[in-house]
Design a protein around this ligand. Structure first.
Ligand code: WQD
Length: 340
């Protein structure tokens, strides 16, 4: 089937394109290259043997979005990644996030109705849960007030999809990611943070390779075993595979509701220090870090109840934390070789 992957040149998008191609789907990408590089298409080509078609424009441009769908009338499903996702930047520039993330989604939904595209997989986030009252957190947990405009765009997007679905004609699945890290085993694709990384894993690997002087660990006074905050880290390839299963669930008309929501995590929580220990052990690299104060907006601990996705999608994350940290390190080393 022909699948549109918006943001398909990005980190999770590119890994999902590879998995879609491996499953025999034809992929077309729309990306605005705001957080990725067009060379990724060549890497995807090297991995899968197929270079996906790709059009470069902003999905918050309604006319260009409709023009695209007019020229691609055989799209059976959309996996919508294209959005800004830096929590800190969203606090500094909320309107940039509301405009891009919400208008892009609304253009996609309007185009789906106009051109009869039936299936949507939406990239959502565990940030919608805030600091859950109960752990592990399941999909029925209350949505808490978003801690950032970024998280709010994910909450509002889920509501927009839910309300749009009511008029019929479209089926959707929202996938709430926990913390995606790691890279493809080929080390040809991975996380390409432009500028100083916000996220833990790229900051660790950039410190180890010498791009950053030292990692700051944001707080060790949390109510956790070692005092550092806990997250549910999931390998990006496990995450990518779940997207293929989700879009095929709708293509094969196996959805049980018009709008389904699944947590995509491993169900295991690891602390910052445990991630650092895993990195040092698997990569045989000593990491230079220091403990500093907490980062505003961080939750203390969050990890997924994965039962619904395991049972309903028949999907389970299988890669270990050590495989995640090792793959991230291999990717960082491959990047360094390219730059030389
Ligand atoms: C992880 C832990 C930090 C950097 C991210 C995305 C969010 C969502 C979930 C997709 C925290 C600590 C970090 C550093 C540190 N993903 N840390 N030093 O905040 O859980 O959220 O994943 O939707 O969009 O932002 O991930 O990697 O920033 O932080 O100590 O330099 O690492 O305090 O405990 P986070 P993160």
């Amino acid at each position: 089937m022909k699948i549109l992957v918006t943001g398909g040149v990005g980190y999770i998008g590119s890994h999902t394109v590879v998995e879609l191609q491996k499953s025999g789907h034809e992929v077309v990408i729309v990306d605005n290259l705001s957080n990725s590089k067009i060379e990724v298409l060549n890497q995807i080509h090297q991995i899968s043997g197929i270079k996906p078609e790709c059009e470069i424009f902003n999905l918050d441009d309604r006319a260009k979005t409709f023009e695209f769908f007019k020229n691609h009338t055989d799209i059976q499903g959309i996996i919508h990644f294209a959005a800004f996702k830096a929590v800190g930047e969203s606090v500094a520039n909320p309107l940039k996030y509301y405009r891009n993330n919400l208008i892009s989604l609304m253009n996609i939904l309007e185009a789906m109705k106009e051109f009869g595209v039936p299936n949507l997989v939406f990239s959502s986030s565990c940030t919608v849960y805030g600091q859950p009252d109960e752990l592990p957190v399941n999909e029925q947990a209350p949505i808490q007030k978003a801690m950032s405009p970024y998280g709010n765009t994910k909450q509002i997007s889920e509501e927009i999809i839910s309300d749009t679905i009511l008029n019929g004609g479209i089926k959707a699945i929202a996938l709430r990611y926990f913390n995606p890290i790691g890279a493809h085993e080929s080390a040809l694709i991975g996380e390409l943070p432009l500028g100083v990384p916000n996220n833990l894993m790229p900051f660790i690997t950039q410190t180890a390779i010498g791009i950053r002087a030292q990692l700051s660990v944001f707080g060790n006074d949390y109510n956790t075993p070692d005092g550092t905050a806990i997250r549910d880290y999931i390998h990006v390839v496990d995450l990518a595979k779940a997207h293929v299963i989700a879009v095929e669930r709708m293509l094969h008309k196996k959805s049980k509701k018009d709008f389904e929501i699944f947590n995509l995590g491993t169900g295991n929580g690891f602390s910052v220090l445990e991630v650092i220990n895993s990195f040092e052990k698997t990569c045989k690299a000593k990491l230079n870090y220091k403990i500093v104060g907490r980062r505003a907006g961080d939750v203390e601990q969050v990890y997924a109840d994965t039962k619904f996705a395991n049972d309903e999608l028949g999907w389970k994350a299988i890669k270990s934390l050590d495989e995640m940290t090792l793959s991230a390190w291999n990717w960082e080393k491959a990047l360094a070789k390219k730059i030389k």
